[in-house]
Design a protein around this ligand. Structure first.
Ligand code: GLN
Length: 480
């Protein structure tokens, strides 16, 4: 069992959501109607690129409306932001994604509904009615290039979906002609529509969506490639419109109950972002009446509630979680031991590792800290986690930290906490009635609420003594 438990938590959440077979796959074109309705994948990409992939992460599906923030980002980056704002609003429409409506200035209300997305695509084309022959090909090449840079791998288009989208898109055709009649389209409206159909037909996996999400979460830096692909300003704008308009008609409910900027597509994908921390990709093709993936929405609800990922779960500096890593070498060996033990202990000072954490600890910070401990697992007998600089610790991070003790114990090692101000106890008191993620290694303490746990010390010296005792016991056990 990996130390951080993240895999286990995500598996748990999927198992909870999996039985829901409600909703129906999109059937407006045969290619979408033919997908396996039971496909289900979840991917989470942390801000340093570390990715957890579960379920059908190998399955490719068409990006559909999840493309909308990306093309909008391209328009914002290429044109002056004000020029884009003159054409596309940023108000939640409260209407269906394919609603034929505009605001008082005859702008599509936002870039996440089809009208706004098609107009965003139009802004990428040269502003002339008579386009050169290859104009759409050229611009689409750039679109694929940009989407690929966000995903950190080369993406391709599904030709059949594209052909069907173009053959059946009367509604979208009506939208672009309406916008054209208002004088909003500076290019050839059919070319704008063609570009939009192509972008919707780009194939992605749940992993691609989580990497794109992490890229937006990190202010535009792709954590996998290290490349800056979106400016900070544009990333901030995307997060804003995804928060207010990303999930169509249900935006208010979404922000309240999930609190993650997100975008869904009728291909069954949902991309969600926890700003500054991580990106999420979910795939499950059965859709609700709004065109959002049923299990995708449910999975996001669980992630937010069970792992404390709501963006307004207010904390400080959850990214700067590991302040230092050191060993017990700087501490004198306890004088209470006989000299023979003391000289033994001096030989294994570096096998007591001290991890000093800081900031407010939430899921992402705990994940990072525990992944570091997991990487070092063969190098220590005892891991001491020092949290005197941790202000607040949420229930998920607390369970994750406390459960390290079980995981290390099964390996014959020991993990301890140094918690001088009792933040663990305070966290237990503050969240006694909240839902608490299970400690997957300790089923008897499913709610992880017992603060009177062994190996939680109030001073570093006490922890080092405890570590010495443990090392001596191990040494003696090995001798007999
Ligand atoms: N291609 C679809 C359309 O334009 C995309 C819609 C969606 O994913 N919500 O109708």
């Amino acid at each position: 069992m990996p130390i951080s438990h993240v895999d286990g938590y995500l598996r748990h959440i999927m198992a909870d959501c999996a039985p829901d077979r409600s909703g129906a796959v999109a059937d407006y074109i045969p290619e979408l109607a033919a997908v396996d309705p039971d496909g289900y994948a979840l991917s989470m990409c942390m801000h340093d690129g570390n990715t957890y992939s579960l379920g059908d992460v190998g399955v490719e599906f068409t990006i559909q409306s999840v493309s909308k923030p990306l093309t909008y980002a391209m328009a914002l980056s290429r044109l002056d932001m004000a020029a884009v704002d003159a054409k596309i609003g940023v108000e939640p429409s409260g209407e269906a994604f394919n609603e034929i409506s505009v605001d008082a200035r005859r702008r599509p209300r936002n870039p996440m509904i089809n009208a706004g997305a098609i107009l965003a695509a139009s802004l990428l084309l040269p502003p002339v009615r008579e386009l050169p022959e290859n104009a759409v090909d050229t611009v689409f090449g750039e679109v694929v290039e940009f989407y690929s840079a966000c995903a950190g791998r080369r993406l391709t288009m599904d030709e059949q979906v594209y052909a069907s989208e173009s053959a059946t898109g009367s509604r979208n055709r009506a939208i672009v002609y309406m916008l054209d009649s208002f004088g909003m389209v500076d290019t050839d409206p059919d070319a704008a529509l063609d570009l939009y159909f192509r972008q919707c037909s780009i194939r992605v996996t749940a992993d691609d969506l989580s990497v794109i999400g992490a890229t937006i979460a990190g202010g535009g830096d792709n954590p996998r490639t290290g490349r800056r692909v979106i400016s900070n300003e544009v990333a901030q704008r995307l997060l804003s419109v995804m928060t207010t308009c990303g999930m169509y008609d249900g935006a208010g409910d979404w922000v309240t109950s999930v609190g993650l900027p997100a975008k869904s597509g009728v291909g069954g994908g949902i991309l969600a972002v926890l700003p500054g921390q991580l990106g999420i990709g979910v795939y499950s093709p059965r859709l609700d009446e709004h065109g959002n993936s049923v299990r995708g929405v449910d999975t996001c609800r669980h992630l937010s509630r069970d792992l404390g990922l709501h963006m307004f779960n207010v904390t400080r500096e959850s990214r700067v979680s590991i302040r230092s890593v050191s060993t017990a070498a700087e501490f004198e060996v306890g004088t209470e031991w006989p000299e023979i033990d003391r000289s033994f202990l001096r030989t294994c000072r570096d096998r007591v590792r001290i991890y000093e954490l800081q900031g407010d600890l939430t899921f992402a910070g705990a994940e990072r800290a525990l992944r570091r401990i997991e990487n070092d697992i063969d190098d220590f007998d005892v891991a001491i986690i020092e949290i005197s600089r941790v202000g607040v610790i949420d229930p998920v991070a607390r369970t994750m930290l406390l459960s390290v003790r079980h995981t290390t114990a099964t390996r014959g090692q020991r993990a301890m906490l140094v918690d001088p101000d009792g933040v663990v106890r305070a966290s237990v008191a503050a969240h006694r009635d909240d839902f608490v993620v299970p400690d997957l290694n300790a089923p008897e303490q499913l709610r992880g609420l017992d603060p009177t746990l062994p190996h939680v010390h109030s001073t570093m010296v006490a922890a080092v003594r405890d570590a010495e005792e443990f090392q001596l016991e191990r040494y003696r056990d090995n001798e007999v």
